[in-house]
Design a protein around this ligand. Structure first.
Ligand code: ADP
Length: 608
């Protein structure tokens, strides 16, 4: 039979798995047991409402059998099973992913991070096995199917026989080499140890080599008391349950007694799942009614700004039919969602306060979510989220909170200043920042599209308004205002002439109060900034909004003096200068130049 090929990306990841480092190998057992348990959950849940499923709760089990001679490790479960389509779909593609998404090369994750991102569950079998077979029969069907693969070059699926429903996974372990031994996974004590270490909480009994007593205690981790549990227990549980390779950034475990009682166990991953910033990502928490899984991803429990949270809620107050009657539980769920939001916020604040580095790492991955939350809530989430966001400070060259920024403000600083740019390094070069910085005021760098929109929504922090250093009012002193007015009046006709030469490219030409050494910059008046225009113009419906551009000239610069004389001696040349300065201002802003060739020619004509 012709082999079917794994999807390209799957193949790459599979290769990584096959050559994965030794220390991670042992998790394959946890992954396979976790899948078996999920498959039993599915059948058990069905049995609650479907009389054709006749199994009793105690009938469910997972078995592990070791055959040293044959070098096989066999895992069997009597869960829901898979048919031919399911085998192809579930085991032919890793994580159902299309492409590996990286923002850019430098952010490319390490091999292990990549594996982790994909939640490779089943495929981890290839860390220890040279060949894997999956024999499966769906409950209620007579026909079984056999999936076989000996690694990255493909797999086959064919009809087969199996006396009971469920799934049997056989791993034929790799051969030992001089430096690598796989024999350890054929040792009963080792396998038993792994079950206890990683899968103790699994709700169904796991039997090893037909022993009568199960290897696991079967007490769900979240039902144990916090004092019994270590960070390692939580981390191990998280990784097993949510198929992650890295420890979570933090975990929270708590009980609420009251109108709605429940236990919550929540985790914040330390890296984003591969599809987090795509439409495919589904947020939600697992919902258990008294220990029985009734819903895999209950979205109502998590606000969008905390959609990265993984975890579960277990409540005795929920009925088993909740997935169908979700509306009837609306009030209960809302109450839970509120308290979950508060808990998560508290935990994030704790991390920010006590483990700054870790928080910043976390923030790099998920911080965007908070900014969207600030923006999309029309201010409703301001109180919740404003102390969780960080921005790069130009003065300190590091990330700061609003609180830190305002605490460091010198006496007399009227506003919280910000500037939009691609990177902090580029922001530092912008001439608009010159005067504000000379005054000893710090400026926050906004580097992401959503940032300025979020600032507009927030308006202020601690009664200090946010102001762009490129906006119309940067908070001049009376003296500065007077001096600017005097210079404007003095050059009124010149400014009017320049504006006329530029036509509708700008809505104003002014003498600048924000420039220091540089001759020119472009700013905007009104609510819509040039940066916002850039963002909106990339959106399908936002095409034709235009910021009101103002060309600001430095009246103390030699170029300005030159223009003053040209105004008297050679107005044609002055027109050329006006256009050159305007184009320079565009370049500084990172805006496209309509006719770069004409610009270049004009510069050349000045050079010769
Ligand atoms: P994940 O468990 O993260 O979805 P896996 O690669 O581990 O990813 O498994 C892919 C899918 O294969 C599972 O979602 C499940 O539908 C199916 N599957 C895996 N193992 C079993 C099993 N023992 N019984 C039934 N279905 C299974």
């Amino acid at each position: 039979m012709a082999k079917k090929q794994f999807k390209t990306e799957s193949k790459r990841i599979l290769e990584m798995m096959i050559h994965s480092v030794y220390t991670h190998r042992e998790i394959f057992l946890r992954e396979l047991i976790s899948n078996a348990s999920d498959a039993i959950d599915k059948l058990y849940f069905r049995s609650l409402t479907d009389d054709s499923v006749t199994l009793k709760k105690d009938d469910y089990r997972i078995d592990i059998t070791i055959d040293k001679e044959a070098r096989t490790l066999i895992l069997s479960d009597n869960g829901c099973g898979m048919d031919e389509t399911a085998l192809n779909e579930n085991l032919g593609v890793i994580a159902h992913s299309g492409t590996l998404l990286f923002k850019n090369e430098s952010e490319k994750p390490s091999e292990l991070e990549t594996i982790g991102q994909f939640g490779v569950g089943f495929y981890s079998a290839f860390m220890t096995a040279k060949k894997v077979t999956v024999l499966s029969r769906v409950y209620g069907s007579e026909q079984a199917f056999l999936w076989e693969s000996d690694g990255a070059d493909g797999y086959t699926v064919k009809a087969a026989e199996k006396s009971e429903h469920g799934t049997v996974i056989t791993l034929i372990l790799k051969d030992d080499t001089d430096d690598e031994a796989y024999d350890e996974f054929l040792e009963t004590y080792r396998v038993s140890g792994l079950v206890k270490k990683y899968s103790d909480y699994i709700r169904y009994p796991i039997y090893l080599d037909g022993k009568e007593e199960s290897e696991n205690s079967m007490i769900p981790l979240w039902r144990k008391s916090k004092s019994e549990l270590t960070a390692e227990d939580y981390n191990g549980f998280y990784k097993g349950k949510f198929h992650d390779f890295t420890d979570p950034a933090f975990s929270v475990h708590y009980n609420i007694e009251g109108a709605v009682s429940y236990t919550a166990l929540l985790f914040a991953p330390s890296q984003a799942p591969y599809n987090f910033y795509s439409r495919d990502y589904e947020k939600g928490l697992q919902l258990y009614a008294n220990g029985v899984l009734i819903m895999d991803k209950c979205a109502d429990l998590l606000p969008d700004h905390f959609s990265f949270i993984r975890g579960l809620i277990d409540s005795p107050d929920l009925s088993l039919n909740i997935s169908r009657e979700i509306l009837q539980h609306d009030r209960q769920l809302k109450a839970m969602a509120k308290s979950i939001e508060k808990k998560v916020k508290g935990e994030l604040e704790r991390l920010l306060e006590n483990e700054r580095e870790k928080y910043e790492e976390f923030y790099k991955t998920f911080g965007l979510q908070f900014k969207y939350g600030l923006y999309s809530g029309f201010g409703a989430n301001a109180e919740l989220l404003r102390d969780l966001v960080l921005f790069h400070s130009l003065a300190e060259d590091k990330l700061v909170t609003f609180k830190e920024y305002t605490e460091n403000m010198p006496e007399g600083q009227p506003y919280i200043y910000y500037i939009c740019a691609e990177t902090p390094a580029k922001a530092a070069l912008l001439p608009q920042t010159e005067r504000v910085r000379e005054k000893g005021y710090d400026i926050l760098c906004l580097t992401e599209d959503v940032d300025e929109f979020a600032f507009k929504m927030l308006r202020e922090y601690n009664e200090k308004e946010f102001r762009s250093v490129s906006g119309d009012d940067v908070g001049l002193t009376e003296e500065e205002k007077e001096s600017q007015k005097a210079k404007s009046d003095e050059n009124k006709d010149l400014l009017a002439f320049i504006q006329e030469s530029l036509g509708d490219k700008v809505s104003g030409v002014t003498v600048s109060a924000r420039l220091g050494r540089h001759p020119v910059c472009l700013t905007s008046e009104g609510e819509l900034s040039i940066e916002m225009e850039k963002v909106l113009s990339q959106m399908p419906q936002g095409g034709d909004v235009k910021a009101k551009r103002v060309l600001e000239l430095n009246a103390d610069h030699a170029v300005f003096a030159a223009m003053r004389s040209l105004f008297v001696t050679d107005r044609d040349k002055l027109k050329v200068y006006a256009n050159l300065l305007y184009t320079q201002a565009l370049l500084i802003e990172g805006l496209p130049v309509d006719d770069p060739v004409a610009f270049s020619e004009k510069i050349c004509s000045l050079m010769v």
